[in-house]
Design a protein around this ligand. Structure first.
Ligand code: PLP
Length: 364
């Protein structure tokens, strides 16, 4: 199921395009405005920008580390010239950008004055919007009379959580298959019942390079019978020690619905190459992990839908190396390579960035 035909060629557009319109609609009704602030290492920034560009009630400041995002990723952000979009090229790293954003949210008077908001992956509206395509796909395949499996390449557990919600709403989902890269905290959990944090290593599928799956707590809450005290204890233990474990009964229950599979970078390249040779399909290094996981965990007689999360041209280098054929950006987006860019260079300084945002507000 190709979910990557939105403006930034990744599945996040699906939920974010909806979220932007919903924000604007509700704020306008209330006569309010809000300021969205985010930090990006390249990937999610453009999806957020495309979601809110041109909206009357929303102003967006997106911080990226200057010189540390790819040409295409930078251009996807800086060629958006709408008045309400501000790209800040910060003299620092991605972590510096994230720390600046956190500091602005922790500054209570600044936060209130600008009605600060975030659109990160734990935003519930994003999850809710994603539920829709699970229903649509299952209905196409014969639900409710026919059960369906879904295979989902995931890192933050955001996309697959929407599948779980769909199941809770009554959609006949037989199995949810999780695909991960070598940052495999989820796969290790569903194999062993043990959640254990390790360092992050960069892979061919960078949008799944995570250390902690920020949406997982929501599933755990359901699995443990909505026992919020128990969840608090587990999360505290995880924060203190970097690990926790689930009892065997609950693990058996989890494994009845979930299966998981990990692919190394080498295996990912091989799978891209195999799929291309055998079917002619050119797949990106995230989606193809879903294909491999489906091949391992699929069931006879139950159709399995793999969620395609990115267009192969977004990860052209890895795809070209694996298939030996060039991939080109779709025509709708090639213009960014020639369009004028706009970004404001900023020092790694909280005071300077807050002053800029406040000055903008006063001139509007
Ligand atoms: C964000 C992203 C993912 C992972 O999404 P989750 O919210 O972690 O499920 C997978 N593939 C691509 C291409 C992405 O951009």
């Amino acid at each position: 199921m190709e979910l990557f035909h939105g403006p930034t060629l990744a599945f996040k557009d699906f939920a974010l395009q909806f979220l932007g319109q919903l924000f604007n609609y509700l704020l306008s009704q209330r006569g309010e405005t809000c300021t969205i602030i985010g930090a990006t290492s390249g990937d999610t920034g453009s999806a957020a920008i495309q979601a809110v560009r041109g909206l009357s009630a929303v102003t967006l400041y997106m911080l990226h580390p200057e010189g540390k995002v790819s040409d295409v990723q930078r251009r996807q952000m800086t060629t958006v010239l709408d008045k309400n979009i501000h790209n800040l090229a910060v003299d620092g790293t991605f972590d510096d950008c994230q720390n600046l954003v956190k500091a602005m949210f922790n500054d209570k008077s600044f936060r209130a004055c600008h009605n600060l908001s975030a659109v990160n992956s734990i935003n519930w509206t994003r999850i809710a919007a994603q539920v829709v395509y699970y229903f649509r796909a299952a209905l196409e395949l014969g639900a409710p009379d026919q059960a369906v499996n879904f295979s989902v390449p995931t890192g933050n557990f955001g996309n697959v959580l929407a599948g779980y919600v769909a199941k809770q709403m009554g959609l006949p989902i037989n199995k949810l298959i999780i695909g991960s890269n070598s940052n495999d905290i989820l796969t290790r959990f569903f194999e062993s019942g043990k959640m254990e944090q390790r360092g992050v290593n960069p892979t061919l599928s960078p949008s799944m390079d995570i250390q902690i799956s920020s949406n997982f707590e929501r599933y755990l809450f359901e699995l443990l019978g909505r026992d919020s005290v128990e969840i608090c204890n587990l999360m505290q233990k995880f924060a203190d020690t970097g690990q926790f474990e689930i009892d065997p009964e609950h693990m058996t229950q989890a494994q009845q619905l979930f299966a998981a599979h990990r692919l190394s970078d080498g295996e990912t390249s091989k799978e891209i190459s195999r799929v291309y040779r055998e079917t002619g399909e050119v797949m990106d290094p995230h989606s193809v992990i879903g294909v491999a996981a489906a091949r391992i965990h699929g069931d006879p007689g139950v159709p399995t839908v793999v969620l395609g999360t990115a267009h192969p041209a977004k990860f052209a280098d890895a795809v070209e190396r694996a298939t030996g054929v060039p991939v080109t950006l779709p025509e709708e987006v090639t213009h960014i390579m020639d369009d004028p860019e706009r970004a404001i260079k900023m020092a790694n300084s909280l005071e300077a960035i807050q002053a800029l945002i406040s000055a903008d507000k006063n001139t509007n």
